[in-house]
Ligand binder design. Sequence first.
Ligand code: HEM
Length: 506
Amino acid sequence: MNPTNRLTTESGAPVEDNQRSQTAGANGPVLMQDHHLIEKLARFDRERIPERVVHARGSGAFGSFEVTADVSKWTRAKFLGQVGKKTDVLIRFSTVALELGSADTVRDPRGFALKFYTQEGNYDLVGNNTPIFFIRDAIKFPDFIHSQKRDPWSHVQEPDNAWDFFSNSPEATHQFTWLFGDRGIPRSYRHMDGFGSHTFQWVNAGGEAFWIKYHFKTRQGIECFTAEEAQRVGGENPNHHHLDLLHSIERGEFPKWTLQVQVMPVAEAQHYRFNPFDVTKVWSHKDYPKIDVGVLTLNRNPGNYFAEIEQAAFNPANFVPGIGPSPDKMLQGRLFSYGDTQRYRLGINHTQLPVNCPHATKAANYGRDGAMRHDNGGRGPNYEPNSFGDAPKQSNRPLYAPLEIHGWTGSHAWTKHPDDNDFVQAGDLYRLMDEPAKRRLVHSIAGGLGAVTRQEIIDRATGHFRQADADFGARVETAVKAVQASLKGEDVSVQVGASTHADALG
Ligand code: HEM
């Protein structure tokens, strides 16, 4: 704050009048010389930046991560290196498909993006509240997202598009079953779990590598909205999740999550019953039990939303020594896409913004210049090799372990493992549900699928659910027919209820 309470121009000169523009005479036109007016309007004209192409709507908070168990036999990451160690974090929760101003209460995965400000650089873990994803290859991501967003002609979300894509992408059956189930609309960001979703690599001090999956288990308990509750709450207060997070932290009720990991020895990956790098699949918890790592606590709201949340840039390619990517084809695509979109959305020097720069160490390299550069390396050299002893030097130690690869380049189909197909885990998930949960799942699916106008799409989509489980498919078929009949105004005996576009689209 300005201690003198002076209103100033951008260059710090006092402003004479902030209520009346300068004019030629009392009733004459406005003068070019009113620099404050011109500057004020010009700044306002440029206030909006592009919103995130996905996950545009979100909320964030700061907090800390504390290690509660010794995991040093699996990773040499220093921030995980000793029990009791605390690291500052930033989290951003989000919905996926709709715009910055959309409602929090839609049926949609929720983003769960973390930035750990570690002493070895920032580690970004950019996950969701679901352990799986719709597709398994980054090359399908733009098409998938187009099918979920507004239609280029009608400019609304179209059930036909979303279900057409699904009906032609059987690998999405597991995620659709998850999304239309009870956890598809969390009651708040505090009442949901988070997942890294992909498989990642951990490497210990001896150079031994492991495949791992991250699980953040909410300590608030899982609580969800039914479709009807979400419709009511979203209608009354579209900012429900945002305000719930803000107010709970202001009240001193700090949400917490327990971080656990599943660890797979590298040698087991090749023969595991599912391809362990396929993000449409989970690893059985019986095969790979969850192991405690630490506790995440959120305890501080951002002081300014735009500066600290809208401008936050999470990038799955930001690893620290001891943690690395897996060959998951989705993750590999993401390693490119985030930095790329952030260079467009925020500019090349977004990494220097206070929320994005390292906090527990300093960035030091030979990158220079570009729009809005703040710290440009002073008199230090901007090239390498150089003969300055105090200039930045490479570590000669890889962050993570190398992968041994055999085979030919090409657009390969995914290698099948013994139990792999697109439907087996969706069927398992369906059979895990009790009868009321199955009914709610079928009700939600039918609400969306029943609104599709092309029968061939409905038949293909229903076929996926049938392949997951015959009973599941049969119930969806019956319920969809009931929705179709009710949309035509026919009297139906099976009441499956109303749905929203969001229900239809996930
Ligand atoms: C190849 C597949 C994917 C691509 C190309 C992709 C691309 C993107 C892009 C371009 C953004 C906007 C980033 C920004 O403007 O800062 C984004 C945001 C996000 N994505 Fe993805 N994404 C993919 C898959 C996934 C998956 C599988 C997950 C979760 C496991 C995920 C979670 C997120 C989250 C949480 C955000 C919001 C980050 C924030 O809060 O700023 N994405 N994604």
